[in-house]
Design a protein. Structure first.
Lengths: 634, 207
């Protein structure tokens, strides 16, 4: 910060450094409540899980490289297919976007010094990590779930899936939803209450709108999944009859509950990516987003309308015609807010002066693939067409265009964009562009032929196929494409790892970015901002006078809040300064509570219900200890 | 900035009351609790929707051999639970005014009634289990017991939180405890509302 040059400013910075000094070493990471450290923990955990899910995908593609191969048997194939889907959705995309990007960036973008509930934030991470280990323990012990990521009954019932695999799935996901719910609550309260004074809702970056929408979607979507999973476990373990038609139950109840969660989930997956896109496009086109209020509203509307379309996943199960027509219409309406955003991105790029550095390239790739995925998606709203392609590779092609192109590309864009902020070093530009083109071509070569092979009848979720049906060539190309895709991602990883050590050092703001995170040092200090930033528009970094005013305030020691881990709390709409909060520092309790919770779930899995109750009591005691010390006693 | 309070330094009843009266927005803790309530309410909405979903696809609900649920006692109990919202409301008022004794008194009164409520409910639950079990009562029993026990679990959690609050209030009032009182009261309002919804759902086959 330029102002650190003055001795008075230096004095204030040094005082903040002392107050916010963090424990070093392993213990520091285990007890941290710093949102940036937690974001990094999420990042590396999800990266490891992405490697696992990617390996699973490559094994499946290798099995399908030609007809009648025996790389994998049917059982192993089903397990890997299920684990690939579950991992990518619950353990890679959501924690990568909300956990890693959201945690690291949201407080920085709104000018706060931490999340609203720092210890609960740490708890979210440790619960997430434990749930990931829990479900992968299933794979390691030969009891991986194998009924697909949407786990339909009766296949998933104890009659047809007697092993522990489905229990790992059900308990692991209930476990995981606790972590996601805590994260969502934290984001909403942080966005509502911790915005820098002056950042009224209309001055909040679009990235934050996307995360607000996602958090609300999580709050209202996850309970449906939890209920579905609880019913499943009660049926499987205690002889209840929710999904048992012979005793008045109904198998379609699972499908309804699952998709009431599952469709909002699609928007939960891609909305953060929309947020990343709206951060990157203005910076690299040197202009403000076209139609800012419409884009903000569209982000919220997508999440809202997403709750009304779940049965379009069920057009082939025989629902009443009136119901299917309603859901078909709703599915067409949900396209409108997505289209608003798409047009706004394109118009911003066309009317700006784009500079196609690696992050913007990934975003353009995202727009193209998301458009293709969206166009194949709206075809499903035509019920006869949907019934024709249900359970074929056409569907696989569609949702991989959405998830790989729509969610993964913006994640890659975000990694390159914020890499200099997080590490203080620049990546290698040429290698970054290579990784984009390899991945982009690989993605299309892998997934585009799936449209065709699906239309000519190849069913999904089959571990092999016979020769002579005209599928061989397409499958060979798809498999080669998937290797190219993997090479592209590996080039990106190598680029970043090498740049971490050898990249050119950068200052606070190498891109001329538009949002507040570029105002602080790279990497940011534990307190984020020495001075609580002044905000008078949604493009705070482009308001030069405000940033100069911050520097003067630092020299005067104004708005530096140095009596503890202090951060301002504001009113919800106008962000008027309301009070000063003293945030908790590092704590041993979040990880302890996560361990006790892991004990509960492990004992439930093993059927030791009394021991599970003991772990429950331990968890309650940990909570008492957690709240034993009030903030003012710290 | 001079009129902005450093809330956490409010460790006396008078200081806590001043913070409570000066604060314009709702405290972070209240927002966190409100969102927890929102997600929990959705959970109950899904449970109740599932109950009626299964109900609507069945000709005999409850199935033969299972008695229809009684109506009078559950409705009375639900009314009692709703009535405990009044002392919780008064406890919040007292806390915000910095009156620690009154706060603890109202919470304790509510807690006594809530604990009694749960005790009667557990006896009732045992009676039910003696007459039909989730294994034998078909989908009806599955939906019935899941909904009922989910509600009781929430009451139990509320009782534990209120008891914890009383131990904290024993050593005076701080800003932290004022917010905790508001949070726990909000949770009880939610539990009472859910109690009404659950009761009406469960007695519906007898209406």
């Amino acid at each position: 910060m330029a102002a650190s040059a003055t001795p008075q400013a230096q004095q204030h910075v040094e005082r903040l450094e002392r107050i916010w000094a963090e424990r070093t070493g392993l213990l520091g990471w285990l007890t941290t409540t710093d949102h940036k450290r937690i974001g990094l923990l999420y990042f590396f955990t999800t990266l490891a899980l992405l490697a696992a899910a990617g390996t699973e995908a490559l094994l499946m593609r290798t099995q399908l490289i030609g007809p009648n191969k025996d790389v994998l048997g049917p059982h192993a194939y089903n397990e890997l297919m299920t684990m690939h889907g579950v991992t990518m959705i619950f353990f890679v995309i959501i924690p990568m976007t909300t956990g890693a990007f959201g945690n690291y960036l949201l407080p920085l973008m709104i000018g706060a010094r931490d999340m609203a509930f720092p210890r609960m934030n740490a708890l979210s991470f440790w619960l997430f990590l434990a749930s990931g280990l829990f479900i992968y323990t299933g794979l390691a012990t030969g009891s991986a779930p194998d009924a697909g990521w949407f786990d339909y009954v009766p296949l998933a019932s104890s009659t047809f899936s007697p092993g522990r695999g489905i229990d790992f799935y059900a308990l692991g996901l209930i476990f995981n939803t606790v972590a996601s719910t805590a994260t969502a609550v934290n984001f909403i309260v942080t966005i509502f209450k911790l915005r820098a004074p002056g950042m009224s809702l209309n001055r909040m970056p679009l990235f934050c709108y996307a995360f607000l929408a996602v958090s609300f979607a999580l709050i209202f979507a996850l309970p449906a999944l939890t209920v579905a999973l609880i019913f499943l476990e009660l049926d499987r373990r205690l002889g209840f009859h929710f999904y048992d038609p012979s005793a008045g139950g109904d198998v379609l109840l699972w499908q309804h509950l699952f998709w009431i969660f599952g469709h909002p989930e699609v928007y939960i997956i891609i909305l953060p990516s929309f947020g990343i896109a709206t951060s990157i496009i203005p910076t690299f086109t040197r202009r403000k987003m076209v139609a800012f209020p419409l884009v903000a509203l569209a982000e919220l509307l997508v999440a809202f309308i997403g709750f009304g379309v779940w049965a379009h996943h069920m057009f082939a199960v025989g629902l009443p015609t009136v119901a299917t027509i309603y859901f078909a219409a709703a599915s067409m309406i949900v396209v409108i807010p997505s289209a608003i955003q798409l047009f706004a991105w394109i118009m911003t790029i066309l009317t700006g002066t784009p500079s196609f550095k690696t992050p913007l390239l990934w975003i353009v790739g995202f727009i193209v693939t998301f458009l293709v995925g969206g166009l194949s998606g709206i075809m499903f709203a035509a019920i006869p067409f949907d019934q024709q392609v249900t359970d074929t590779y056409f569907v696989v092609a569609h949702f991989h265009y959405i998830i790989a192109g729509g969610a993964l590309f913006p994640i890659m864009a975000g990694i390159f964009y914020w890499f200099p902020k997080v590490t203080g070093r620049m990546y290698h530009e040429r290698a970054g562009q290579w990784s984009f083109w390899l991945t982009f071509i690989g993605t299309n070569v892998t997934f585009f032929p799936m449209h065709i092979v699906g239309l000519i009848g190849m069913p999904r979720r089959q571990y092999t196929y016979p020769s002579g049906l005209g599928w061989n060539g397409y499958n060979l190309v798809e498999t080669l494409g998937s290797y190219l895709l993997a090479v592209g991602l590996l080039v990106a990883v190598v680029n970043l790892v090498v740049s971490l050590r050898k990249g050119a050092r950068v200052g606070n703001d190498p891109w001329g970015g538009d949002t507040l995170e570029w105002a602080t040092t790279s990497p940011p200090p534990p307190y984020n901002y020495a001075v609580i930033p002044k905000v008078s528009s949604a493009y705070a970094m482009w308001d030069r006078e405000d940033r100069e005013e911050d520097a003067r305030r630092l020299a005067r020691g104004e708005r530096t809040l140095q009596q503890g881990h202090e951060t301002p709390a504001s009113t919800v709409l106008d962000a008027d300064w309301d009070e000063i909060l003293d945030m908790p520092a590092d704590s041993p309790w979040p990880i302890t509570l996560a361990a006790a919770t892991a004990g509960i779930f492990a004992m439930l899995l093993l059927g030791h219900y009394v021991t599970a109750a003991v772990f429950g009591a331990i968890a309650l005691l940990v909570l008492v200890a957690w709240h034993g010390q009030e903030p003012q006693e710290a | 900035m001079s009129d902005v309070t450093r809330s956490v330094h409010a460790t006396t009843p008078a200081a806590a009351a001043r913070v409570a009266s000066q604060r314009r927005a709702l405290p972070n803790g209240w927002w966190g609790a409100a969102l927890l309530v929102a997600t929990e309410a959705t959970l109950f909405a899904c449970l109740i929707a599932s109950y009626f979903y299964l109900y609507s696809y069945t000709t005999k609900w409850p199935p033969p051999g299972v008695e229809r649920p009684s109506v009078a006692l559950p409705l009375v109990l639900a009314a009692v639970l709703v009535a405990t919202c009044v002392p919780m409301l008064l406890a919040v008022r007292a806390a915000r005014a910095g009156r620690v004794g009154a706060t603890a008194g109202w919470v304790a009164l509510a807690l006594a009634v809530q604990a009694g409520y749960l005790a009667v409910q557990i006896v009732e639950l045992k009676d039910d289990l003696d007459s039909f079990s989730p294994r034998t009562g078909g989908a009806y029993a599955s939906a019935y017991y899941t909904l009922l026990i989910a509600h009781h679990a929430h009451v139990l959690l509320g009782i534990l939180m209120s008891a914890w609050l009383l131990t904290r209030l024993a050593s005076g009032l701080t800003n932290y405890r004022v917010v905790a009182t508001r949070v726990i009261a909000l949770y009880w309002y939610f539990v009472a509302a859910v109690g009404v919804a659950v009761t009406l759902t469960l007695v519906s086959p007898s209406l």
